[in-house]
Each structure stands twice: as C-alpha cells, then as structure tokens.
Design a protein around this ligand. Sequence first.
Ligand SMILES: [Zn+2]
Length: 378
Amino acid sequence: MPAPAIALAGAAARNPRAARRVLLIVAALLGLWLVLLIGVLGAIFGIQPLQGGGYGPSKLAGAEIPPAYLKLYEQAGARYGIDPWILAAIGSIETAHGTSTAPGVRAGVNSYGCCAGPMQFSITAGATPAQGGRGGTWAGYAHAADRARLARPPAYPGRFTAPAFARANVYDSYDALYAAAAYFHALGAGPGLDERTYRALLSYKGTPPASIPYARHDYERARELERLAGRTVTAGAVAPAFGADMVRVAPAGAWLAAVPGAPGERCDRRILPNLVYLIRRYRLAVTDCYSTDPVHAAGGEHPLGLGADLVPGAGGSWELVDALAAAAEPVQDQPRPPFRWVGYDGDPNHGRGNHLHLSWQHAPAAFNTPAPWVLVAR
Ligand SMILES: [Zn+2]
C-alpha cells in the first residue's frame, strides 16, 4: 500500500479538507492491518481455536481468499503439479482474487494494454466479457480447464460464461486459474516453492531482469500465504477420511504415529486418515510404512513415512488390492492425486501376490525427515 499512501499524503498537504478524509482512510487501513496482525499472532501463538481434527486451508488464508477461490487454486495446482500458493499470490497481488475493479480484471485490458482477467493473461483481441478474450499467451492455455479435477462450482467470484465460439473466458476465474496452472507447468514450475517455481515466475511476470522485482514480490507473497495456511492446519485424531478435496498439510505436532491395527508400524501422521480409510474399505494389512531400511529406495517415501506397503488383511483378497491399485493408478505411471507413486503389476518386486505400494505426494524432503507438506485427500 505504500504508493497510494504517499499519493494521499501529497493531496492532504495541498488541501486541509482532504486531510481529514486521508486521516480516516489511514485509520481504516491501520485498523485492517491490526486485524490481520492479530490473526497472524493468533496463529503463531495458538490463540486461534484449533479446528477439530481439521485438515485444510487455515481460517487465515481462508479469510483473505474467498473459500471457493482457495479451492480453485488448490485443485488447479494439484491438477498441473504446481504450487497452489504461487497461483494464490498472483491472484492476490494482480486482482485481489478477481474482485478488483481495476481495468482489465473483469472487462477490457489493464493499463499496459495487454492483459486481462484475474490472472492477467496477455490477449490480442476480444477484450469484453461477452467475447472472452483471444490470442496472446491466453490462446495457448485457454483449454486448460478441460483437464480440471474439480467440477466447475455453481458460484465463485468472477464467474463468466464462455463466448459461443470458445470453451473458455479469460475473465472467468475458473478458466483463468487452470490456464495459469498449465502455463506455470509449461514454464517449468514444480509442486513446491523452490528455485524451479521462482524461475517459472520470472518468465510469467515478463522478461528478466525487468521481471525480477515483480517475481520476487509474488514469490514472497506465496511464501507468506503458505506459511499462514500451515500455521493453523492441525493433524488431529485419526478419523478415516478420503474425499475428493486434495489438501496440502504442513507438519504439526509429532511426525510419526502408529498405524491403528498394524502393531509396530508407523507413518507420517498426516497420511493416516487416508491410509486408515483405505485399510478398512479394501480390508488391507500394512507390512511397512515409515522405514529407513536400505531394502527401500533411499530417495523414496518410506524414509519420510509417506509410503505404505499393503497386502490383503483380515477378510481381504488380492481382488480388493487389484481394485485399489486400479483406482489409484488407472493408467500405468499416471497415479491420481494424492498419490505420487503406485507400485503394483508392471513394477519390479511389486504387484498381485507380492504387495501394493502407495506413496503420497509431498514437498521435497531430506532422507528421514518430515516433508514440509503432504498432499492428502480430505
Ligand atoms: Zn514400498
């Protein structure tokens, strides 16, 4: 907010009547800032009530980002294997998550005359909500929402229907967020906030070195959003759960926890609700989870507590294990989220009659350490 504040102060110096208005505005901004600060301190010092067994975006991130929108960032990021907070940071800085009334957000193009929509894609024609935007970078990624994992919600901020000739509208948040995720993926971004993602961001924001300050700003904002979200996510009791929502969960409390019904086996506690659900539904036994035994790949998920080896349990069968393997990886080497790797038929030392291995997606992590985030189904 520094630039408007300076402009306002200048106006006040020239006009005493405006000064009172400026004071009111400054007071309102300070008040808003205080509310945010209390929220942050609450998150850090645990003033905020813990969500009972809750896995999910924090109330803080949720308070700033419209909930329907937060879900779009997460799902679009998960679909294209990129960090959702980088999308959220761009949405936040460029257009206040599609709610900004600046030119080019909900109609027309921005003040640079190039870009449109909540993610500010460059377009060359069709800059009205009814025309939906054409050409530019947008043309290459407009179809990205075809691969959406989340069905288009009935309502969300910045909903526009696609024009008759196109499948997507550059002003529509759903279309634009998936397109941005696909574009980031094409630029080489990965699932974490790291060097790869930063380099992709440099290209997204223009051409270095001119794009460096913008990329840095967005990157810092992404880290801030991720941190705020991670603070208040709590891993509670192990209630079995496996819904359609994919959520990244930061570490909270103890890293490893016992697998119910599997004496001696421990996993990263964040995957337990998913794992316990699968054990009960497919009547499985866990033969190994967290392990630093060299029999497992050192760079795999067992030393992180994020890989489970599964065989038929009481009342179970290989048919049930087959069914789970097919659901987790319908096409060889294309596991469905939240899974990173599925080891079964077609993978050496895995398969029917041997065992099924499931790994959960996670941020890069060193051997034998908790991953900074884990993707789980909620
Ligand atoms: Zn394994």
